[in-house]
Design a protein around this ligand. Structure first.
Ligand code: ACM
Length: 548
């Protein structure tokens, strides 16, 4: 054969091959595939997918076995898989999720997560870090992973990725007022569940108010028997005096038994959430005074549990017996709540009754304090030393700065940020809760005719997202005192769990990103892109969130 002919044959053999598309190396996923909220600190897309299947094995170090089992339980209903949890390595080639305790991962809540087509590897220094890794993993799966019933024909794929994540702030909070309107335990638990899915970790439970005392105290049963019920409830817009005086004539009652409180605290702990109870003093005390008139400034006047919104005039007196009463209450509170922080309120204590009372004025002289503000400060300091001696820390609203801050107090800054700045400069820890950005009882639209009635204000989603918890004017050292931030759900005008969900979500999704994600990773447009997908998760979870 001539060489020309040989070349022709070679060409014809090669031709069909040349017609094939060139083999392109697989490409990593586009970043838009990833929709995790709050946004992880570092995320690098990988190539290919891991597919969760009935034979996927969870391999967990002993300390992480509990979080592994909980994950298996969580996803059992939608997937129908009963994933094995074991501590020994599986046979080679078995698809698996490996949870490894790794002290080299920096931070008690930090984690590393690597997804490849063959396996998922999670590393964390603590069970909390591993728990958050698994919450992220759920968000990498299809939103149907959050359904409670079996979902057929869904491929449970996870896009390959490498994530290294840790929170920006230690205090990532959600407050809930169950005093103005009582909320059932199922709602509280669902809220805790949703918090955990957003890596929120402090549940501030506002349990006592002028309008209702909602925590059983064994030593003082009238607190809930009398203080747990109001005869009627003011309805209509707060802004109108006339409609404030219009009432729903039905009694409004409810409280949590100590058994239920323990159940909630345990439920939260399983989700790596600390429950911070709030027992209001010296103001917002009218329900307690209705139950025990001797606690008030005018013991000969029987008051009723307040039925109107706003702050009642009822304030605790400053007798030793009243201090003892409140410390008895706190003693039971400490048994129920392992939280390092105990919230004693301290806000909006109307001092008119103190000013007008000869007995209180005599007490002011006896104690050698200058005025009513210093009397409040004396009151709070008594609680501060009581809690400190028992290994806990007092936290209170920013009015506790007035008249002198108690030595170990943490300040919750709600009237803007000035209180937080002053406290941080004085070397005290601070939780930011400014009504400018974090009061979720405010309206979410300017067109309030299309919104359920709210207390006022305007705090839409993008405004929440724009919030920066470190205020201007603090040095780097002072800024370390800012523990984080939280959202407030005051319930004067939130009558039902469904309505509370509407006020909470997705504003809490935005706040979760504010307190978790690095500041330079925050990007509203990107958040809204991810939120689109997140809405499907909230649908699957049965949340009555506000559509944006
Ligand atoms: C508050 O809103 N009174 C703390």
């Amino acid at each position: 054969m001539t060489s020309a002919r040989r070349a022709l044959i070679a060409l014809s053999l090669a031709a069909p091959l040349a017609a094939q598309p060139p083999a392109t190396p697989p490409r990593p996923h586009d970043a838009s595939v990833f929709t995790v909220i709050p946004r992880p600190a570092q995320l690098t897309p990988g190539t290919g997918n891991f597919t969760l299947a009935a034979n996927t094995v969870l391999v967990a170090d002993l300390a992480l076995e509990t979080v592994a089992r909980r994950f298996a339980r969580d996803i059992a209903a939608p997937t129908g898989f009963e994933l094995a949890v074991q501590s020994v390595a599986p046979a080679p080639g078995t698809p698996h999720i490996h949870l490894a305790l790794d002290p080299a991962v920096n931070g008690a809540e930090a984690y590393a997560l690597q997804v490849t087509p063959a396996a998922i590897t999670i590393r964390a220094a603590t069970p909390t870090g591993a728990f958050y890794a698994l919450e992220t993993l759920k968000q990498l799966l299809p939103p149907a992973i959050y359904r409670e019933a079996r979902v057929e024909r869904t491929p449970w794929t996870v896009p390959a990725v490498t994530i290294s994540d840790a929170p920006r702030f230690a205090w990532r909070g959600s407050h809930m007022d169950v005093s103005r309107h009582f909320m059932p335990i199922e709602h509280v638990k669902k809220h805790l569940d949703l918090m955990a899915r957003h890596k929120l970790n402090r549940f501030h439970w506002h349990l006592t108010e002028d309008q209702g005392w909602r925590i059983q105290i064994r030593k003082y049963p009238r607190l809930t028997e009398v203080g747990g019920c109001r005869a009627r409830t003011s309805i209509g817009p707060y802004q109108s005096e006339e409609s404030r005086r219009t009432y729903d004539p039905r009694p409004h009652c409810g409280f949590f038994t100590q058994e239920q409180i323990r159940e909630v605290v345990a439920y939260a702990a399983e989700r790596h959430i600390v429950v911070v109870p709030e027992i209001e003093m010296p103001g917002h005390a009218q329900a307690a005074i209705a139950a025990y008139p001797q606690l008030g400034v005018r013991p000969d006047t029987q008051v009723t549990v307040y039925d109107t919104w706003g702050v009642a005039p009822g304030i605790f007196n400053a007798d030793e017996s009243t201090i003892r009463f409140l410390q008895d209450v706190l003693t039971e509170v400490l048994e129920l709540f392992p939280s390092p922080w105990i919230h004693i309120g301290g806000d909006e204590a109307i001092k008119d009754q103190w000013k007008a009372s000869p007995r209180i004025q005599a007490r002011i002289k006896e104690l050698g304090v200058a005025d009513e503000h210093e009397l409040q400060s004396w009151f709070i300091k008594r609680m501060d030393s009581f809690l400190t001696e028992r290994g806990r820390r007092l936290i209170g609203w920013d009015e506790i700065l007035e008249g002198g801050l108690a030595p170990n107090a943490t300040v919750m800054s709600w009237r803007g940020v000035a209180g937080g700045i002053a406290a941080a400069k004085a070397g005290h820890d601070v939780v930011m809760a400014p009504n400018s950005h974090t009061y979720f009882d405010h309206f979410q639209s300017r067109d309030i005719t299309r919104e359920p009635h709210a207390i006022g204000g305007f705090t839409p989603l993008d405004h929440v997202y724009s919030y920066e918890p470190i205020p201007d004017g603090l040095s780097a050292d002072e800024a370390k005192h800012i523990l984080g931030a939280q959202a407030q759900l005051w319930s004067e005008y939130i009558l039902t769990p469904q309505h509370m969900e509407y006020m909470a979500w997705p504003r809490l999704s935005a706040l979760a990103e504010v307190v978790w994600s690095p500041r330079d990773q925050r990007d509203l447009a990107d958040f809204m892109r991810r939120l689109h997908r997140h809405g499907l998760r909230l649908n699957a979870l049965g949340v009555n969130y506000r559509r944006w």
